[in-house]
Design a protein around this ligand. Structure first.
Ligand code: FAD
Ligand code: 2HG
Ligand code: ZN
Length: 472
């Protein structure tokens, strides 16, 4: 490990206090590997400032001493973005002590929170104020607003409310030289030049440290209907979502596609899950309708839509949840897929998007190419079909060696991304580039876009100290 001087460490401690600094190797461990245990790094220090001023002072000191910083929130990211490199010279800057909800303004329909606030805490605070904060994802009990912003997180309600970018009105950011940009404006209209917040959203910690945000609130939901539906093929999902949307409009708030393989993993590994149907089916969707009105006739609407789809041959079978417990059980089946896949050995994750209309073609073509080139791999395809976003994850063949499987990562990525790009898609719809997709982005992104990205990076961070080795 490259040692930092006693003087530097003393200065950091003078800023954040003893509670804000971790040097002990054992206590650092949880900051140095990711949720999947797929990435491992080393760090000179973990620093945990408790206020924006402390973040600014730490960043300024690192800037003056040319020390690279790796911002980290809940460490639930899925592409190694929050993990330092192996040199041991980088400092992990954890935002997890910045947990204040600064303001709830129901009349402006906004909430202002610090970067380390857990997503679920924001949802709960919104609910207490009789409002909804709609970002929803499987890691919501541990991911932070800062991480959600830095990755422009998506989740299961994007088709109705948009992703984190769409839910954000203002940001406070500590720039790489330690200056504080206060862009905490709760305005829905502000046309005073370039909209700088959008540069930081999705920048994965490479342009600055997000310390707080003004987020949008929505009316609370008072009626919900959830259905688990069996489909003959993925094409049927595209037909079905069009039909349900035409019928229900904005009441459609969730439409999650899952292959049989995904559901089988959950049934094998996630406690308390059971197959709602006696027969096996190749594909499933979880549909959620919701309304701000109490006792809205959502069951009737969904029955109507599913009845129509049954006649068209797009649906084989369907069940509507009849209690809150059943709703939770159906969502557990969907949101348990990531955890279930972890139990099946190493996996290669791909969060691609293509136009919704091309999802069936993507699945059919990629399955064919992959199985020809890598016989025996288990394809775990599922995701947010309303956004054209599939998690096209690959688990190793049952009897393959872990190392041999992992060695195929680049080749597997290339096969999947070649098809994605040929269908005018994106190699990352949700999770970002991090370490995993940085090289692939160089290959698949337009050279002019890359050149513009590099010049933005240089403008903000000419010394290259913000999360080096990630994104660009
Ligand atoms: P981290 O993992 O700590 O960091 C992620 C990136 O953001 C890193 O590059 C880090 O350097 C940077 N960063 C973190 N905080 C800051 C900050 N304050 N300022 C600047 N940069 C920062 N993602 C989705 O989009 N949709 C999903 O449906 C979804 N489901 C998930 C389900 C599970 C079970 C898991 C484990 C993950 C899931 N994710 C999903 C991925 C992940 O949870 C999200 O990307 C989340 O937004 C990351 O938040 P975090 O606080 O854990 O960030
Ligand atoms: C989801 O939609 C998340 O469940 C996680 O984005 C996907 O684990 C994954 O690959
Ligand atoms: Zn997802």
């Amino acid at each position: 490990m490259a040692a930092l001087s006693e003087h530097f460490i003393g200065n950091i401690e003078a800023i954040v206090g003893a509670a804000g600094i971790i040097q002990d190797a054992g206590r650092m461990q949880s900051y140095l590997s990711d949720w999947r245990n797929a990435y491992h790094g080393a760090a000179a220090l973990v620093v945990r400032p408790a206020s924006t001023d402390e973040v600014a002072a730490v960043v300024r000191l690192c800037h003056e001493n040319q020390i690279a910083l790796v911002p980290q929130g809940g460490n639930t990211g899925l592409c190694g973005g929050s993990i330092p490199d192996a040199s041991g010279s980088q400092v992990v800057l954890s935002l997890t002590r910045m947990t204040r909800i600064r303001e709830v303004d129901p009349a402006n329909e906004t909430i202002t929170v610090e970067a380390g606030v857990i997503l679920q805490t924001v949802q709960d605070a919104a609910a207490e104020a009789g409002r909804l904060f709609p970002l929803s994802l499987g890691a919501e009990g541990s991911c932070t607003v800062g991480g959600n912003l830095a990755t422009n997180a998506g989740g299961t309600a994007v088709l109705r409310y948009g992703n984190m970018r769409d839910l954000t009105l203002g940001l406070e950011v500590v720039l790489p030289d330690g200056r504080i940009w206060n862009g905490l404006r709760g305005l829905r209209k502000d046309n005073t030049g370039y909209d700088l917040k959008h540069l930081f959203i999705g920048s994965e910690g490479t342009l600055g440290i997000i310390t707080a945000a003004v987020l949008k609130l929505y009316p609370a939901v008072r009626s919900v209907t959830t259905a688990w539906v069996a489909l003959p093929n993925a094409q049927a999902a595209v037909g079905l979502i069009g039909l349900i949307r035409a019928l229900c409009g904005d009441r459609l708030t969730g439409f999650e596609l899952m292959s049989r393989q995904s559901v089988e993993f959950v049934l094998s590994h996630v406690a308390g899950c059971s197959d709602p149907f006696a027969e096996l089916h190749p594909w499933y969707v979880l549909i959620e309708l919701s309304d701000t009105q109490l006792n809205a006739p959502l069951n009737e609407l969904l029955d109507l839509g599913i009845g129509d789809a049954l006649e068209r041959g797009w649906v084989i079978d369907a069940v509507l949840a009849s209690s809150e417990a059943q709703v939770a059980a159906l969502w557990r089946m969907r949101e348990g897929i990531s955890e279930a896949q972890n139990h099946e050995g190493p996996s290669l994750k791909h969060d691609i998007s293509v136009p919704v209309s091309r999802i069936p073609e993507f699945i059919e073509t990629t399955n064919r190419h992959l199985l020809e080139q890598f016989p025996g791999v288990r394809i775990v395809a599922y995701g947010h079909v309303g956004d054209g976003n599939l998690h096209y994850n690959i688990s190793k063949p049952i009897d393959a060696e872990d190392a041999a499987f992992k060695a195929q990562q680049e080749a597997v990525m290339q096969t999947i991304y070649d098809v994605t790009v040929s269908l005018h898609g994106s190699i990352s719809a949700e999770h970002g580039l991090g370490q995993t997709k940085r090289t692939a982005a160089m290959r698949y992104k337009d050279p002019l876009e890359l050149e513009l990205m590099r010049s933005i990076k240089f403008t903000f961070d000419p010394r290259g100290l913000m999360n080096p080795g990630k994104v660009i």
